[in-house]
Ligand binder design. Sequence first.
Ligand code: M6R
Length: 358
Amino acid sequence: EKAGYKHFMQKEIHEQPRTVADTITGFSSSKDEKLFEMLKDTDRLYIIACGTSYHAALVGKFWIEKFAKIPVEVDYASEFRYRDRIIDDKTAVLGISQSGETADTRFALLDAKEEGAKTIGLVNVVGSSLSREADYVLYTYCGPEIGVAATKTFTAQLVALLLLALETGIKKGTTTYTDYEKIHEELLHLPSKIEQLLQKDEEIKEIAYRYMNASDFLFLGRNINYPIALEGALKLKEISYIHAEGYPAGEMKHGPIALIDEKMPVVCVIPQDRNYEKMLSNLQEVKARKGKVISVATEGDRQIKELSDEVIYIPKTSDYLYPALTVVPLQMLSYHIATLLGKDVDQPRNLAKTVTVE
Ligand code: M6R
């Protein structure tokens, strides 16, 4: 059942070219026009989720605000439930959950529904509680995810959120056809670009070997790749038990920079997008404090080599699509660090795949 892979997590990382492609196809073949009609009229969208799904939500916010021009607030479901949020009949709440059974997310969504919000679920498990409780449902088409660490469902959630943003944008007239087509075209190349990344398995394993004994890691990113820094840190801590923090790179000088010394690996998510220069100066700040820099950068970026201790190159894509690529080497890096340390990546201690208690 692991199809020749050592762990489910590894198998699931390697399934991503297919699950991304299936989610693109699945989205187009099951479009619910009523959902877009509803979103056209929505004044405020809350996205609620936990863990990795929460990180997908943070990326989704950028896309929905950009293409659909709906103000978005992202909340941890467990926080959303117990605060005074503002809900009226033009408010929609989108709950993202791989399992569709996470208690925090389900109950928060049900509460919002009762208060009059329109509810949408983005789930992987067909027929799950959340998919039955929400007014509208979107799916990721990944098949079962067995590894406790979410991997393939994260990239599929990203794809679904981007398509949701674009489709709403077109219906609402806030996105041009040219942009829509351009991004669609890039999306169709995503599976083969992920495939190229998966071929770097040995190279990433060697990097993992060089840093596996560090006791702390910092992950930095900016803008749409900031949530990827958070996701990279979560992946590492949950399966390797190494302490890791994700930070928006610009925030570093406001505190965390104090942590940096020659023992601290700092993973910089630095694709060549419009935040590149800013990210570069943050990277230089890390180097000036002798931190060990592991960069995830765009193929062809030569200067990054001189400034980093390690570089993992990713294929070039549109600025908006980078998160779906930058996350993949981070999944692979955590996987290798954890397995080299002899940890059980599919069943990490203290964790359950589905958390059905609040
Ligand atoms: O099934 P869900 O997407 O609702 O699960 C949410 C989190 O429990 C989940 O993403 C968790 O953080 C994973 N272990 C992350 O890899």
